[in-house]
Write a protein that binds this ligand. Structure first.
Ligand code: BMA
Length: 314
């Protein structure tokens, strides 16, 4: 994929990942009645990109909307929400596996759990059964079968603003019956890596590299002023992804810019999607900023992999 949104590392910068200079790329009021558009997922589609966006409306109802873009930066988001079974829908991820696009999201069914649907055209969506019992969030599919099964990372939680959370792995032969649950990662000890010491959750669809699955994940610190969401990276074993090979001690991106520090929920950087170009190693990560707008950050996969190993806290 050569047409991914991209900007080179600013001269003089030593950051492993850097922000797009024109962030945020999606304003909160792109739709006539949107309060905020953030924590959203995009994939290559036809000669451009398609996405499933978290749009909270001005009733503050959470729903998913489809959008299309030629360049990954300027988006045409449909004003109609996706019709899905569930009390609410938020924090989508989209994965292409074999012959179709799979959407996972946090679906309201007696509390949050993981909804699943597939589409081939981003017009018609076929909703499956929820993957798990409530309560769960951050369901993220791998982009191919592993050991002959579809595989998902998720984060069991509670009904509220969960003050705990580990990442688990589950698999299924048919996208309906899930099992073989494995523990992947717990929050880090406070004195080792505090940005990820309260809870963690998978972000974008993992990226396959020769060194393992590159996983961007968010981590939460509880400060005296509330939760702070940053993101870092881990490498998971290609065949046994519940085995963590490396895990960054420092964060890659933490809330520092005004649009990340100010908004409906201050101090949140929450990644849900990544576009990458295997030939050049470039990666563009879409992340929700302050639960209000959507931003982009860039990096080179080989550099991020090396940095993850070099800074690993394992
Ligand atoms: C999490 C989810 C995310 C949100 C984050 C920060 O629990 O609700 O959608 O971005 O909190 O508010």
């Amino acid at each position: 994929m050569t047409n991914l949104p991209w900007e080179e590392r600013p001269s003089g910068s030593h950051e492993v990942m850097w922000r797009y200079s024109a962030n945020p790329v999606i304003p909160r009021n792109l739709l006539p009645d949107s309060n905020s558009i953030f924590n959203s997922a995009v994939v290559p589609f036809r000669d451009g990109f398609a996405g499933v966006f978290r749009c909270d409306d001005t009733n503050r109802r959470m729903a998913l909307h489809v959008g299309f873009s030629k360049d990954g930066i300027t988006w045409n988001i449909k004003p109609e929400k996706l019709q899905l079974e569930g009390d609410y829908a938020y924090d989508p991820r989209v994965t292409f596996i074999e012959d179709r696009y799979w959407v996972t999201w946090c679906n309201g069914y007696h509390g949050p759990t993981i909804g699943i649907a597939w589409t081939t055209d981003f017009e018609t969506f076929h909703q499956m059964e929820n993957a798990f019992l409530p309560y769960n969030r951050n369901g993220v599919l791998f982009p191919r079968k592993i050991g002959g099964k579809f595989a998902m990372l998720s984060r069991p939680s509670d009904t509220g603003h969960t003050a705990f959370g580990d990442i688990f792995y589950s698999e299924t032969p048919d996208m309906e019956f899930w099992g073989h649950h494995r523990h992947v990662m717990a929050p880090a000890p406070f004195e080792v890596s505090a940005w990820q010491c309260m809870k963690i959750g998978a972000g974008p669809v993992p990226i396959e590299t020769p060194e393992g699955w590159l996983l961007f994940y968010h981590g939460v610190l509880r400060s005296c002023n509330g939760y702070v969401y940053s993101f870092g990276s881990a490498l998971l074993d290609l065949d046994r992804p519940w085995e963590v090979l490396a895990r960054s001690g420092p964060y890659l991106i933490s809330p520092q810019q005004p649009y990340e520090c100010m908004g409906d929920v201050p101090n949140v950087c929450f990644p849900c999607a990544a576009l990458h170009d295997p030939a050049t190693g470039r990666v563009a990560v879409y992340y929700g900023c302050a639960d209000t707008v959507t931003g982009l950050a860039f990096g080179y996969i080989p550099e991020i992999v090396e940095w993850t190993k070099k800074t690993s806290i394992l």
